[in-house]
Design a protein around this ligand. Structure first.
Ligand SMILES: *Cc1c(COP(=O)(O)O)cnc(C)c1O
Length: 382
C-alpha cells in the first residue's frame, strides 16, 4: 500500500530554513528584528493602516485582545460553539463567560440573526469565528455591535487570506482581529499568532501586555538612545511574545500567501467537481468574488448507510488521514458541566458535527495525492 497521506502538513521551503539559520547565527533568538519585519510585512499585507503585533499563539492573541478591550470578571462575550476551545477559554481567563450562539447550518458561522436575543446587560463583546476560512457575515454583526455598544474581536485563525465584500479580514471595522500560525494553519510558524487592529489604544495595550507589562520591548531597549538597562513595568503582563525563529518562518510563508492560496483554491475546486454527485453536503462557497481561505475542506455525510466515524475508519484503511472540525464546545465536559448544556441546545452545531469530515487539503499535496483522496471517497460512497 502507498504511504499514509496525513490530514495536514506544513509547507516549509529552503527560504524559511535559511532564514531560521540566519537567525540562529545572528544571535537574536527571541523577539528582535525578524519579528519587527514580519509585523511590518503583515501590516502592509492587510493594509488600511492597521497595526500588527506578533505573539506566540492565536490563543495568546485572543487573550490580549480581550484584555485590551476591557473584558473582566462577570462580563459576557458572545461567540460560537462551533470552534476550537481557545476562542472561549480566553474569555474564562478574564473571569468572563462565553455565551454561545448557534451557527447557520450552511456556513457553520455564527448566525447573525440569533445574536440579538442573546445580548444581556452583561454582554461586552462578540467573537465571530470565520470557520474553515469562509468569512462570517460581518455587516449585521458589526451593526449589532454598534447598536449595543459591544466590541468585536475576530477569531481569524482560519481566515488568511479571506475577504468580506472585497475587503481582507483584518481590515474591517472590528476592534481587533487575531490570526494563528499554528503548524496546520495556512501560514505556519510552528506556534505563533498576530493581532491586527486600527485602534491605537488597543494596539498600545496589547504591545505592553504581550511582554510582562513592560513599556518598551527588548528590541527597543537595545536599539534606542535611552540607557539600555532601563525599563518600566506598568501592569502585570504576560509572556506572549513571538521568537525571531518563528518570525523567520512567517516572513517567507507570508510572501508565498497568494501562491499558497491559489493551490488551496484549486484543490477545493477539484474536490467540488469530483464529489458533486455523491451523498455529501459540500462546503459553502464565499459569495461573489470573495476569497475563501480554504484552511479546511469540510464535507458532511448525507448517507444513511454509514456513520461519520465509519467513514473516517474506512478512509484510514485506504491510507488517508481525516479529521473532524469541530467537536462543538458545549459537548466537552468542561463547557457542558459549567453551563449545564444539553447537546440539542445548539442543534445546528450538533448536527453539523455528527456528519462533518475534514479532508486533507494543503499546499504540499500533489495531484496524485488528491486523486487518492477522491478515489477513496468515491469507493466508500458508491
Ligand atoms: C487554531 C485555532 C485557534 C488557536 O490557535 P493557536 O495559534 O494554536 O493558539 C483559535 N481559534 C481557532 C478557530 C483555531 O482553529
Amino acid at each position: 500500500m502507498e504511504k499514509f497521506l496525513p490530514f495536514a502538513l506544513p509547507d516549509i521551503g529552503e527560504d524559511e530554513i535559511n532564514e531560521v539559520l540566519d537567525s540562529l547565527r545572528s544571535g537574536w533568538l527571541t523577539t528582535g528584528p525578524k519579528t519587527k519585519n514580519f509585523e511590518k510585512q503583515f501590516e502592509t499585507f492587510i493594509g488600511k493602516n492597521v497595526e500588527a503585533f506578533a505573539v506566540n499563539s492565536a490563543t495568546s492573541g485572543l487573550h490580549l485582545a480581550l484584555e485590551a478591550i476591557g473584558i473582566t470578571q462577570g462580563d459576557e462575550v458572545i461567540t460560537t460553539p462551533y470552534t476550537f476551545t481557545s476562542t472561549a477559554e480566553v474569555i474564562r481567563y478574564l473571569g468572563a463567560d462565553p455565551v454561545f450562539v448557534d451557527v447557520s447550518p450552511d456556513t457553520l458561522n455564527i448566525a447573525p440573526e440569533k445574536i440579538e436575543s442573546s445580548i444581556t446587560s452583561r454582554t461586552k463583546a462578540i467573537i465571530p469565528v470565520h470557520f474553515a476560512g469562509l468569512a462570517c457575515d460581518m455587516d449585521p454583526i458589526l451593526s449589532i455591535a454598534q447598536k449595543y455598544n459591544l466590541k468585536v474581536v475576530e477569531d481569524a485563525a482560519h481566515a488568511l487570506p479571506s475577504t468580506y465584500k472585497g475587503s481582507l479580514i483584518g481590515s474591517l471595522q472590528s476592534d481587533a482581529t487575531v490570526y494563528s500560525f499554528y503548524a496546520t494553519k495556512t501560514v505556519a510558524t510552528g506556534e505563533g499568532g498576530m493581532i491586527v487592529t486600527h485602534n491605537a489604544e488597543i494596539a498600545k495595550r496589547c504591545k505592553i501586555m504581550r511582554l510582562h507589562g513592560i513599556s518598551r520591548d527588548a528590541f527597543d531597549r537595545y536599539t534606542s538612545t535611552k540607557p539600555s538597562w532601563h525599563y518600566e513595568v506598568v501592569a502585570p503582563g504576560f509572556k506572549y511574545n513571538m521568537t525571531d525563529i518563528a518570525a523567520s518562518l512567517g516572513i517567507h510563508q507570508l510572501r508565498k500567501i497568494w501562491q499558497f492560496h491559489e493551490k488551496r483554491k484549486a484543490l477545493a475546486v477539484e474536490y467540488d467537481k469530483a464529489f458533486a454527485d455523491l451523498p455529501l453536503l459540500l462546503p459553502s462557497k464565499a459569495p461573489g468574488e470573495d476569497f475563501h481561505a480554504w484552511h479546511l475542506y469540510v464535507i458532511r455525510l448525507q448517507d444513511q448507510r454509514m456513520s461519520r466515524n465509519q467513514f473516517i475508519e474506512l478512509m484510514a484503511e485506504k491510507g488517508i488521514g481525516c479529521s473532524v472540525h469541530f467537536i462543538p464546545l458545549h459537548l466537552h465536559p468542561y463547557w457542558r458541566d459549567r453551563y449545564n448544556f444539553e447537546p440539542e441546545d445548539f442543534p445546528n452545531a450538533l448536527h453539523a458535527y455528527n456528519n462533518a469530515i475534514s479532508l486533507p487539503l494543503y499546499t504540499k499535496m500533489d495531484s496524485h495525492d488528491q486523486e487518492r483522496v477522491i478515489q477513496a471517497v468515491q469507493d466508500i460512497l458508491k
